[in-house]
Design a protein around this ligand. Structure first.
Ligand code: ZN
Ligand code: ZN
Length: 525
């Protein structure tokens, strides 16, 4: 069984090229989120798969930094509306910390790629024009404007006017690029008028203008010898950008269009991600709560056109549980549901790894650690003890103490604890948050509840229990007292965390310091 990434690599090896260039590109219209960075993740995985078959390949990234600003991105002030229509590259950094707007949004994204061990050859749209890399293609496009216009018109309801040229100069008067109309040219001089009223001429060699998007896309396929490119599904519609650019690539530039990998957008809690509305989640935010491999898993566990929704709140815990499960299946520590499932998850796990380890990395349940962390107040040694007491450690660790952990195991534990801490701070709903009260909370208890706590204190004092044993003993006690579990457990939560609800009772009680719990139940502290 092959993963879809490997199938793409297989199709590519049938092309007669010496080296494959897998392109990704991002419009720098604001923070780069996990939705529009799929380009980079997919391109990088395909490149890796090609290299695994011995085929030379590289991944490139083109910053679409010469495009005009169409909407002011969150959280920029309204005053940025004055830059609408201006190339991103010509807009200042919103916080004065970088050379311009592009660097401000590009840098945090490129920095996080190090954690994913993705290295890209980076191109800037602006620089390519300024350095004259597009010049010959602009000349060809102007000469063949009529043919290009006809190709465009096949897909347009309103045909383009007879003097339309596939080129947009930057207006020398108002600085905008999406308000100019080029209507004629003499050699390298392009004549244009702008909506601001200015009429002028510019030299294409100055680089102060750009090809119309679909023509530009086709031109850069040939310039950079691109053989495969993932892109958001909006470009993939019938008669959309990819179709039109392919015709231009084949007919105008005589270049075979790259193998397309359209992908579906990622929604955030059901909403489309939007840079202008501030609805987005970045790879950097992901790394605060999860390992880089888990984001890879999120992207590669299903086909690229399958809908993906991300929710960093409670569903994130289910997601991490699933990741841990496939990791256990991969290393034979858990039985898969079927052989078919095993083959499938093994492939997905492999594709998601940055470096495949010889043995299963130390896993501590993320979900359980959200409780352990809060009880232990962030003390890692105590977290480990709590995990141990609650049979949350792999079998081989049963007789180990914290000091016995190898540096790899310790790193794993620390990393997960850090993720859990950030998750609790940023995404955990109120009902999972608690802290152990230093003094007895002043919450009234019924007589039966007080009695239950005293009996429970006696049980705890008798011996050391496992979570299962204590659970059974508690239910025996409830039957004896003819009490409902809900009422009894409420007494535990009220006394310890001052709330009516809390984590699973037996393991919660066992996770706390035994002397403290007994004394608290007896109202001694
Ligand atoms: Zn900045
Ligand atoms: Zn103008």
């Amino acid at each position: 069984m092959k993963h879809w990434v490997e199938n793409i690599a297989d199709s590519l090896t049938k092309r007669d090229v010496k080296k494959h260039v897998i392109a990704s590109g991002t419009s720098i219209s604001g923070s780069i989120h996990i939705g529009n960075s799929c380009d980079v993740f997919i391109a990088s995985a395909v490149t890796k798969a090609l290299k695994n078959t011995g085929t030379p390949a590289e991944v490139i990234w083109i910053a679409d930094d010469y495009d005009p600003l169409r909407k002011v991105p969150y959280p920029l002030p309204e005053s940025y509306e004055k830059y609408l229509g201006v190339s991103y590259a010509h807009i200042p950094c919103p916080e004065g910390c970088c050379t311009n707007f592009v660097e401000h949004f590009e840098k945090p994204f490129l920095d996080t790629l190090e954690d994913f061990e993705i290295s890209l050859k980076i191109y800037s749209g602006e620089k390519m024009y300024i350095e004259g890399i597009y010049n010959d293609y602009v000349r060809i496009s102007l000469e063949k404007a009529l043919e290009i216009r006809e190709i465009f018109n096949q897909y347009r309801e309103n045909p383009l006017s007879d003097d339309w040229l596939p080129y947009n100069p930057i207006c020398e008067e108002c600085g905008r690029i999406n308000t100019t109309f080029a209507y004629g040219y003499d050699g390298d001089m392009v004549h244009y008028r702008c909506e601001c009223g200015h009429e002028g001429s510019m030299d294409i060699k100055s680089g102060r203008g750009k090809l119309t998007w679909r023509v530009e896309w086709a031109a850069r396929w040939k310039i950079l010898k691109i053989t495969c490119e993932p892109f958001g599904k909006d470009h993939a519609a019938s008669g959309g950008s990819y179709d039109v650019s392919s015709i231009i690539s084949n007919e105008i530039f005589d270049y075979l269009s790259p193998y397309p990998v359209p992908y579906e957008w990622i929604t955030l809690k059901g909403d489309a991600m939007s840079k202008s509305k501030g609805v987005f989640f970045t790879p950097g935010q992901w790394l605060e709560i999860g390992a880089p491999e888990t984001l890879n898993y999120f992207i590669f566990r299903s086909k690229p056109l399958k809908h993906k929704d991300f929710n960093p709140q409670m569903p994130f815990l289910d997601f991490i549980d699933q990741y841990d499960r496939i990791e256990r299946i991969y290393y034979g520590a858990e039985e898969p549901a079927s052989q078919k499932e095993e083959e499938k998850v093994r492939k997905i796990y492999e594709i998601s790894q940055i470096e495949l380890k010889d043995r299963i990395p130390f896993q501590a349940s993320y979900r359980f650690m959200t409780v352990a962390y809060q009880i232990a107040g962030g003390d890692i040694n105590r977290v480990f003890k709590i995990l141990k007491k609650n049979s949350q450690l792999p079998d081989y660790m049963e007789n180990l103490v914290y000091e016995d952990l190898s540096s790899d195991e310790l790193n794993q534990l620390e990393m997960r604890m850090n993720h859990v801490k950030n998750w609790l701070d940023k995404y955990a709903p109120q009902f999972v948050k608690f802290h152990v009260m230093k003094t007895i909370p002043e919450l009234p208890l019924g007589e039966d509840q007080t009695h239950f706590l005293l009996k429970l204190a006696d049980i705890l004092e008798k011996k050391d229990h496992t979570a299962e044993e204590l659970h059974d003993e508690m239910y025996n006690l409830l039957r004896e007292l003819d009490m409902k579990p809900q009422k009894a457990f409420q007494a535990i939560y009220k006394t310890i965390i001052g709330k009516k609800h809390g984590p699973r009772a037996a393991s919660f009680v066992l996770s706390l310091d035994k002397d403290f719990v007994i004394k608290r139940f007896r109202k001694e502290m």
